[in-house]
Design a protein around this ligand. Structure first.
Ligand code: NAP
Length: 254
């Protein structure tokens, strides 16, 4: 099994499935972070070289099943996985954690893209908490009047940064108390987030709700088609165990 990871779900699946002697998992990350969290079982770091590279990898390593457990915003990898699975007839399943949903006390607005999110901050100078990772900050260079507090696992490239910024290099999970303190300390007017879902980074949403801070939430990209899609690791595990040894579905309808 090849697990496309970079997520807690990917690691949890690999750890759980390697306890089952019928399975052997290889966990894969892109190598975006300086110190990726890797499991004890076999893993690899770095891109495959596009769709053809992934298809070759699947064949060369006799992969029987491909699991897309990437982050919901890792759109290129998910699309490549779908195409490579189709080319090689290797069954593809996906684990996609549910997105966050606004409650009655939340002040959310939605943006389709990061560019739209940057525009939605408005014209008047604002203090913005940016939690979209380090790779896609350039949209905010077009709105240089704002002060940005940027939190990412590793520091971003200087060339990508808007002029007025503070960088906080930190890896979740974060606590609500710490995020309340952060929002107060930096006098944050608005948060820009992707709708990543999951527990590890939801503390900022709870902190924002408590303080009445608005959030501009970037909506998720469309899903690619896979043979089966699960929202939790345990559902995926059940399916994998139930289908072991069976002819796995390669048609993609979910
Ligand atoms: P992306 O834009 O969808 O992918 C860009 C390229 O990175 C892919 O074409 C592939 O290179 C390589 N890649 C991505 N995921 C890979 C994996 N699991 N194993 C090997 N190569 C991979 O991806 P991204 O948004 O930069 O995310 C990169 C990684 O960080 C993913 O593992 C993702 O789960 C994790 N992550 C992303 C976010 C986010 O907000 N996007 C947040 C947390 C974690 P080749 O074409 O050369 O194969």
């Amino acid at each position: 099994m090849l697990i496309l990871g970079g997520t807690g779900e990917g690691r949890a699946l690999g750890d759980a499935i390697t306890d089952d002697p019928r399975f052997k998992a290889i966990y894969s990350v892109a190598g975006r972070t300086k110190a990726p969290l890797l499991p004890d079982h076999e893993s690899r770091v770095g891109g495959f070289g596009g769709v053809d590279g992934l298809a070759s990898y699947l064949m060369a390593n006799s992969i029987d099943i491909l699991v897309d457990a990437t982050h919901p915003f890792a759109t290129i990898m998910s699309a490549n996985a779908s195409q490579a699975a189709e080319m090689t007839h290797v069954p593809l399943i996906a684990i996609t954690r549910p997105g966050w949903a606004a409650g009655p006390d939340d002040r959310w607005s939605e943006a389709a893209t990061l560019e739209a999110a940057a525009k939605a901050i408005g014209v008047a100078p604002a203090r913005v908490f940016l939690t979209i990772g380090k790779n896609d900050l350039t949209a905010f260079r077009a709105m240089p009047q704002h002060h940005y507090v940027i939190r990412s696992v590793d520091p971003p490239d200087v060339k990508d940064l808007p002029p007025d910024h503070v960088v906080i290099a930190a890896r979740g999970p974060f606590s609500v108390a710490d995020d309340v303190a952060l929002l107060k300390r930096h006098r944050i007017d608005v948060i820009v987030s992707r709708n990543s879902g999951g527990r590890a980074t939801e503390s900022k949403l709870i902190a924002a709700r408590a303080l009445g801070v608005p959030i501009i939430m970037v909506v998720r990209p469309p899903l690619v088609r896979v043979a089966a899609r699960f929202t939790t690791v345990s559902e995926a595990l059940d399916w994998l165990r139930a289908h072991h040894g069976a002819s796995l579905p390669t048609e993609r309808g979910v």
